[in-house]
Design a protein around this ligand. Structure first.
Ligand code: 5RP
Length: 235
């Protein structure tokens, strides 16, 4: 077994392998978070060397980074179908079901990933789990009716045998965190989620819920880095 390595190095390792899946002329979805940013930085180096690609960023943060690296950007209006999205995850299981949204970008991330032919998840091995749910599930909600929406989330979760505190995510300045779309994030600490598909469907029936961080049937592969190398999981 290899020596223990810094998660930041492992993220770069996974991102480097993901870069090998990028071909000239591709239209790419660019994820959000530290692992996706490692990929965007490596992509920027290749673009500086002459690689021609175009990207759709999944957040303003990623857009700023990509612009600073002179990666050409576009929108899903101009390019509604993408070849490949590379993004991180907060958790993933062996069926390539994910929890995302730790960085608050889950809505754009899901829109971009589902507009892509393929989504490759890049992660260090700490993100790989047997069952989803140790990471609180981010649920993006509209500010109007917050109390009622939170009650409805508790109620649908309860019907699935899930229980656990809900909290409205705060920004560093102590105010409510607002997503790029102007919504709030409710972090639902349910613990282990035995049936992610049922929870996904139930949450999407709540009118105040815009999206949630369960990505099911979206990722096509994952590149997971640990001290021994990068494992490739495929659906
Ligand atoms: C952002 C996300 C990120 O992909 C997720 O939070 C993982 O981030 P990191 O690579 O920094 O661990 O879903 O909304």
């Amino acid at each position: 077994m290899g020596a223990k390595r810094d998660p930041a190095e492992l993220k770069i390792e996974a991102a480097r392998v993901a870069l090998g899946h990028v071909e000239p002329g591709m239209q790419l979805g660019l994820g959000t978070g530290s692992t996706a940013e490692a990929f965007v930085r490596l992509l920027g180096e290749r673009v500086a060397e002459g690689l021609s690609v175009i990207g759709v960023p999944t957040s303003e943060r990623t857009a700023d980074l990509a612009r600073s690296l002179h990666i050409p950007l576009t929108t899903l209006d101009d390019h509604p179908r993408l070849d490949l999205t590379i993004d991180g995850a907060d958790e993933l299981d062996d069926e390539l079901r994910l929890i995302k949204g730790g960085g608050g970008a889950l809505l754009r991330e899901k829109i971009v990933a589902t507009a892509s032919e393929r989504m490759i998840v890049v992660a260090d091995a700490s993100k790989r789990v047997k069952s989803l749910g140790a990471f609180p599930l981010p649920v993006e909600v509209v500010p109007f009716g917050l109390g009622a929406t939170m009650r409805a989330i508790e109620s649908v979760a309860g019907r699935l045998g899930l229980d656990g505190p809900l909290s409205v995510r705060q920004a560093a300045d102590g105010r409510a965190f607002l997503t790029d779309g102007g919504h709030l994030i409710v972090d639902a600490a349910f613990g282990r989620i035995p049936d992610p598909e049922a929870l996904s469907d139930s949450l999407l029936h709540i009118p105040g819920v815009v999206e949630h961080g369960l990505f099911i049937g979206i990722a096509s592969a994952a590149l997971i880095a640990d001290a021994d190398g990068v494992i490739h999981l495929a659906s």
